[in-house]
Design a binder for this molecule. Structure first.
Ligand code: PLP
Length: 440
């Protein structure tokens, strides 16, 4: 350890603080595919940090862009003022987004992107004179960050139960995970598209479609354990939104920037949402940044509804379009393009899939799910001790195998940087396999 640390003061997020502080897992450097732990080990990063370091750690072009920017313009006020890189970052992001989604609102995180998109949806309908549309629909086991809007539309019980009531007028679709029918699917599951029908038949019938402002979903549910949309499912949701004038928001905080081998999941599925929320890979996670990419008609509606000299959207953050974040985003997007990292993810995906499914017959493995460079390995929980088994896989991988994985509940979720190679993929899955073989 390079310095003595006192762990008393930092209240850690989404962490079992007392358990962690008894044996801290600390990293102090990162480069490419590896972290260096404070005890000097090279740790293979199987999670791209937290689904975010898609181009690998400390990419020289990104670090250089940030340090140059810090020396040249550290901050510019974002309200009634701006700086050139804000416009360039927005232009580059719009160029990468699906056609027609080309107006970019910057914030600092995925949570803020979600709350921004929800507010934008509500205000959009109001500005069109359709002020009855005040309801928002999310999905069970959806994760949309930790703002009050995000937890209201989110569907992870543990993230909501201490904080309610949240927003009124919110309802949820069921999630489409059905292991009884789809266990060990390679790629998209065959069964379950009919679950999308309940959007129209149950929720819209119950609430009246004219009261619904927006449906927000992750195209692939990440944080709750890699839940993939069954074939045909997303198409149905898009069609119902179109039929009733409901905005469809894709929360692409995880799926954005190459995770599925395309810039966005919207491209992968050829389904165009009305708004995309993104963050994480936008700056390769080097500086916090989030964004909502809205279709032009939404922006135009705001512009037309307000007098020319008035603020059209009463929303924004001190650090919206922060110069360091803009520099990092511009550099990251160009690294993704120049190094063809999304294409690389597409090429690696079959190898990753095969390596993942080799774990099928190992002890405790209940399901394996994969798409692009995402994989979920669901374990049978220990009787009466949910989470314990997967957590042990995580800690053993870290301490004994020098591999960083992530677990959520009893599910191992893998999402390596897109620069991973075949040997590293083998190492990642072999480490998990070794641990599973020895675990009770
Ligand atoms: C789909 C999705 N939305 C929103 C968020 C929240 O992002 P942040 O932690 O940057 O607020 C996350 C974070 O993992 C996410 O996966």
């Amino acid at each position: 350890m390079t310095m003595t640390i006192n762990t008393d003061y930092f209240w850690m997020p989404f962490t079992a603080n007392r358990q962690f502080k008894a044996q801290p897992r600390l990293v102090e450097h990162a480069k490419g595919m590896y972290y260096t732990s404070t005890d000097g080990r090279q740790i293979l990063d199987g999670t791209a940090g937290l689904w975010c370091v898609n181009a690998g750690h400390a990419h020289p072009r990104i670090t250089e862009a940030i340090s140059k920017q810090a020396a040249s313009l550290d901050f510019a006020p974002p309200f009634q003022m701006s700086h050139p890189l804000a416009f360039k970052a927005a232009e580059d992001l719009a160029a990468m987004a699906p056609d027609g989604l080309n107006r970019v609102f910057f914030c600092n995180s995925g949570s803020e992107a979600v709350d921004t998109a929800l507010k934008m949806a509500l205000a959009y309908h109001r500005m069109r004179g359709d002020s009855l549309r005040t309801r928002l629909i999310g999905r069970e086991r959806g994760y949309h960050g930790v703002g009050f809007g995000g937890i209201a539309v989110g569907g992870i019980a543990g993230n909501r139960k201490h904080f309610g009531p949240t927003l009124p007028g919110v309802d949820h679709l069921r999630h489409p995970l059905d292991i009884s029918k789809n266990a060990f699917s390679h790629g998209l599951p065959e069964h379950g598209a009919a679950l999308a029908d309940e959007f129209e038949q149950r929720l819209l019938a119950l609430h009246d479609p004219t009261t619904i402002a927006a449906l927000i979903i992750e195209p692939v549910q990440g944080s709750a354990g890699v839940i993939l949309p069954p074939k045909g499912y997303l198409e149905k949701l898009r069609a119902v939104c179109d039929k009733y004038g409901i905005l469809l928001i894709f929360d692409e905080v995880i799926t954005g920037f190459g995770r599925l081998g395309t810039a966005f999941a919207a491209d992968y599925f050829s389904i165009k949402p009305d708004m995309i929320c993104c963050a994480k890979g936008l700056t390769n996670a080097s500086v916090p940044m989030g964004a909502v990419i809205a279709k032009q008609e939404i922006y135009d509606t705001f512009m037309q509804a307000a007098p020319a000299d008035s603020i059209e959207f009463y929303h924004g953050y001190t650090y919206s379009a922060h110069p360091l974040a803009c520099a990092a985003a511009i550099a990251s997007l160009s690294v993704y393009k120049d190094e063809k990292l999304f294409e690389r993810a597409t090429k690696l995906a079959p190898y990753f899939e095969t390596a993942a499914h080799k774990l099928r017959r190992l002890p405790h493995v209940k399901d394996i799910r994969n798409l692009g460079l995402i994989c979920g390995i669901e374990l049978e929980p220990r009787p009466g001790k949910p989470i314990a088994r997967a957590y042990e896989v995580f800690t053993q991988c870290f301490w004994q195998k020098n591999v960083l994985i992530r677990t959520t509940g009893d599910i191992i979720a893998l999402s390596p940087p897109l620069i991973i190679n075949e040997e590293q993929i083998d190492m990642l899955f072999a480490s998990i396999a070794d641990v599973l073989r020895t675990l009770d």
